[in-house]
Design a protein around this ligand. Structure first.
Ligand SMILES: [Zn+2]
Length: 861
């Protein structure tokens, strides 16, 4: 408000505010107070760092690593305030001070993370006696320094700084050139007839745009991605061609708007930067600390979807051609025809649909209700204590045990000072170190209705609300000791998983009927409309997925260069990558290289695959929830505790594997996107799991372990009959019960270690292997059960899902002769929730195994 900047205490206002929820005081935000606060925060960090370095005692975890974490908290707090203000209510008078805050924070971070003396202290902290969370905190802190270059020699650190500065300059120059070219390539049309198909409003806007630039006629500006929204409705094929041509030529026409030099130099410098840090390519560096773990895993996911997406695209185009009697579709017509066909096929009246999605009802009876059903949390409106705008609404969240969990600040409406889109933010990060409860923000850009009128959502806004609320829950459930690992502080390729997962509830039969009620009549949404909505969303996924995958593949390829490679023929490199990966020319990538701002002017270098990677996990977990009966408190609580609450204080993928007994596979994503026929009908909630489904060899889209197993079976003339179950069968007894045989007929694939070398013993479920006896029998000095790492590297499979075959390398195999007693054996097929029938002879054939006795005479149970 009118406080003099000098008279407010920035510590109390922003950096360490007291009060019930430690909320910053937004009324104290002024240019001067922001600068004062960032100075105070960075000075504090600096002086703490100096004290840590000057400490004459041996470094301990608490005196060094924890103190370092605490030292940076005020910096994080001012960043949270500035980012809320900047994105939600950015007033011009704040522009300079906000820019200065970001510059100062970034400079302070660079200084801190290249401070060799500080790094040495932190590195010397003994970690042997730490509890697992502290140990991980110690490792992550060291890792952050190492990734910044703290372990390099002085000369290399200088090189790192130089490269970082050059990359920043290149990023800015890429942005400017792209902005210029995008502006110049806005499509200029003289004749109104060329705009046929656009609404009167759109035509008027195009005329205004032209007038703004001092010309006659009409101007269609370009949006960021390749396919332009107007392509859907423009009726003139010539205009469509002009729009698409202009869009795809951005950054590649020569002159000042050309970005190819920046692309070439940026990718070469990133490769060099990676090499300095000891990585073969930038993608290896960038993905090393992500969930995927490395560029190969990321590329595998992308590649594995190309064929199904292409197939679905071909199917969509076939329907379109058939319907409109076309022999061919040109690139500029694809988006147009798909949109036209979708509108006709599903016949959905958008205005009518919105009347079933009234914002407050969706929020209370949909979003909140689903969260209550799953996690027992409840939401109550309360007075807003402090926020950036009067539209912000506050909800207090109470846990099932009636303890206050945190606050949500909801900012629903768009305004001139707010950036576009929707997002979740953390105003106060919860942690045991600070004792703070979480305060999360949820920002949308809904059109504010006139006085007394309801706020209605379209299906996209509905989805967005459920999506963002998944992030909100992730932030609210945070249960970490250190703020730097709390809640949503997880890798980029994992962070969208909880939000994409939460989307599953919007059309769920246990949720939708509660909120989808006509705003005027209160009538529930007709079943036929629900079905049409769901089906219409799946139509066009072949197209959407293809253009996304092409962009993701470009990103990974540009960042797989080795140091010294400098690709100046940018467009040839791009065509070669796309052709080699099997993409059609009909659908250009969502972003072509020369206007791929995500990777050349924003933080997504080697990270564009992340959206898909998270979605694989989300789709897979959503099927798990379905198998638990949907809104199931027990399942929700367990999931919250094991997966959401720990944030990054545990390794996310290990947590997933521990909790679900296996790792996600891509099949559920294919089903979610409607890319392949479902392998099994989604099991009705009342009778989950028990009905197995045949997966024949003709279904190539399943788990890759199943594919590897099937290949071996087929090579031996055996028709694969892999059965999938929605839950795992960890023991022989549970497996036997599932398929209805005696436990002895279960052929367990047990991996042993013979001095580090894997040995596979196919063992009857009625036996335990006598390792000493068997070791003697086969002439080894010792035999131990293999640990999970050896199992994984030897078989490519996980414990509980190891198959007799389909391994990367052949493993010496022995077969328990007791299995001969059963006409049909059942073995795991490469994943913990799959099994397959085999005869004894077939087992010998596919393993090349030697028959042995695994227990001494007379020791049989
Ligand atoms: Zn998100």
């Amino acid at each position: 408000m009118s406080s003099e900047p000098n008279s407010i205490d920035v510590w109390e206002a922003f950096l360490d505010p007291q009060g019930e929820f430690s909320l910053p005081d937004f009324s104290a935000v002024t240019p001067a107070s922001l600068i004062a606060a960032v100075r105070a925060a960075t000075d504090f960090a600096r002086s703490e760092v100096e004290d840590i370095i000057a400490d004459e005692n041996d470094p301990t975890f608490v005196s060094t690593t924890v103190r370092f974490e605490s030292a940076t908290i005020p910096m994080a707090r001012i960043a949270a305030v500035v980012s809320s203000v900047e994105s939600n209510h950015f007033r011009p008078e704040l522009a300079d001070s906000v820019a200065e805050v970001w510059d100062r924070l970034s400079a302070a971070r660079t200084r801190i993370f290249l401070d060799v003396d500080l790094f040495h202290r932190i590195e010397q902290v003994p970690s042997t006696d730490l509890n697992p969370e502290d140990k991980r905190q110690q490792e992550l802190t060291v890792e952050e320094f190492v990734r910044a270059g703290a372990r390099l020699g002085a000369e290399e650190r200088d090189q790192m700084s130089t490269i970082a500065a050059e990359l920043t300059t290149l990023g800015t120059s890429f942005s400017r050139a792209l902005q210029k070219d995008t502006r110049e390539l806005a499509v200029h049309l003289d004749d109104k007839a060329q705009l046929a198909g656009l609404s009167e409003d759109q035509v008027a806007a195009a005329a205004n745009r032209a007038a703004e630039r001092g010309t006659d006629g009409y101007l269609l500006p370009l949006n960021n991605f390749t396919q332009q929204l107007v392509l859907e409705s423009l009726e003139s094929a010539a205009t469509r061609k002009q729009v698409l041509d202009n869009s795809t030529s951005r950054g590649a026409r020569g002159g000042e708007g050309d970005t190819r030099t920046q692309v070439a130099d940026t990718t070469a410098l990133r490769a060099l930067q990676a090499k300095l840090l000891g990585y073969p390519s930038y993608s290896s560096f960038a993905i090393d600390n992500q969930t995927a773990g490395g560029p190969d895993a990321a590329a595998d996911i992308v590649s594995s979807l190309i064929a199904p997406a292409n197939a679905q695209l071909a199917e969509e185009l076939a329907q379109v051609k058939d319907h409109y009697g076309l022999t061919d579709v040109a690139p500029e017509d694809v988006k147009h025809r798909l949109a036209q066909y979708r509108a006709e096929k599903f016949d959905i009246d958008a205005d009518e649909v919105a009347k079933y999605f009234e914002f407050d009802t969706v929020l209370n009876e949909g979003v909140f209700r689903a969260a209550t059903g799953l996690y027992g949390v409840t939401f109550a409106p309360r007075e807003t204590v402090s926020a950036w705008h009067e539209d912000v609404r506050t909800f207090e969240v109470t846990d099932a045990n009636e303890r206050t969990l945190g606050l949500i600040l909801l900012d629903p409406y768009s305004r001139d000072t707010k950036r576009g889109g929707a997002w979740m933010g953390e105003l106060v990060t919860s942690s045991r170190l600070t004792g703070h409860l979480p305060v999360v923000t949820l920002s949308l850009n809904l059109a504010k209705p006139g006085e007394g009128r309801p706020t209605l959502l379209n299906p996209t806004e509905l989805n967005t609300l459920f999506h963002e609320f998944g992030h909100v829950l992730h932030g609210l459930f945070a249960n970490s000791t250190y703020p730097s690992t709390a809640g949503t502080a997880v890798p980029r390729d994992y962070v969208e998983f909880p939000s994409q997962l939460n989307e599953m509830w919007r059309f769920h039969p246990q949720v939708l009927p509660h909120y989808a009620k006509h705003v005027e009549t209160g009538e529930p949404m007709p079943e036929s409309l629900v079905t049409a909505l769901i089906d219409s969303e799946k139509f066009g996924q072949g197209f959407d997925t293809t253009e996304y995958l092409a962009a993701a593949m470009l990103d990974l390829s540009w960042h797989s260069l080795e140091a010294g490679e400098h690709i100046t023929d940018v467009l040839s490199f791009e065509s070669e990558v796309l052709a080699a990966a099997g993409f059609t020319d009909l659908v250009p990538p969502r972003y072509r290289t020369t206007y791929f701002g995500h990777i050349f002017a924003s933080g997504y270098a080697a990270g564009y695959y992340s959206y898909l990677y998270s979605e694989v996990i989300a789709a897979w977990v959503s099927e798990w929830f379905e198998a638990q009966g949907g809104l199931n408190r027990e399942a929700g609580d367990a999931f919250r505790e094991a997966i959401l609450a720990p944030g990054y204080s545990i390794d996310p993928m290990s947590a997933i594997e521990r909790f679900f007994g296996t790792r996600p596979d891509v099949a559920p994503l294919l089903r979610r996107r409607g890319l392949a026929e479902p392998v099994e009908e989604s099991a009705p909630a009342e009778e989950p799991a028990e009905e197995p489904t045949e997966v024949g060899a003709a279904e190539p889209k399943g788990h890759r372990n199943h594919a590897a197993v099937s290949q071996v079976l087929e090579a031996n003339g055996i028709e694969p009959q892999i059965r999938l179950f929605t839950d795992a069968t960890p023991t022989a007894a549970s497996a036997a019960e599932k398929v209805g045989v005696e436990v002895g007929a279960i052929a367990n694939s047990l991996i042993f270690s013979a001095e580090g070398e894997p040995v596979l013993i196919m063992t009857s479920g009625r036996h335990r292997v006598d390792t000493d006896f068997v070791a003697g029998l086969i002439g080894l000095s010792s035999l131990d059960r293999a640990d999970k790492d050896l199992v994984r590297t030897a078989t490519g499979q996980v414990i509980g899902g190891v198959a007799p075959c389909g391994h990367p390398q052949p493993i010496p195999t022995y077969v328990d002769v007791a299995l001969k007693d059963y006409p049909v054996l059942w073995a795991a097929a490469g994943t913990p929730n799959s099994m397959m029938p085999l005869t004894y002879e077939q087992l010998l054939a596919i393993t090349g195994g030697k028959e042995i006795t695994v227990v001494e005479e007379g020791a049989e149970a």
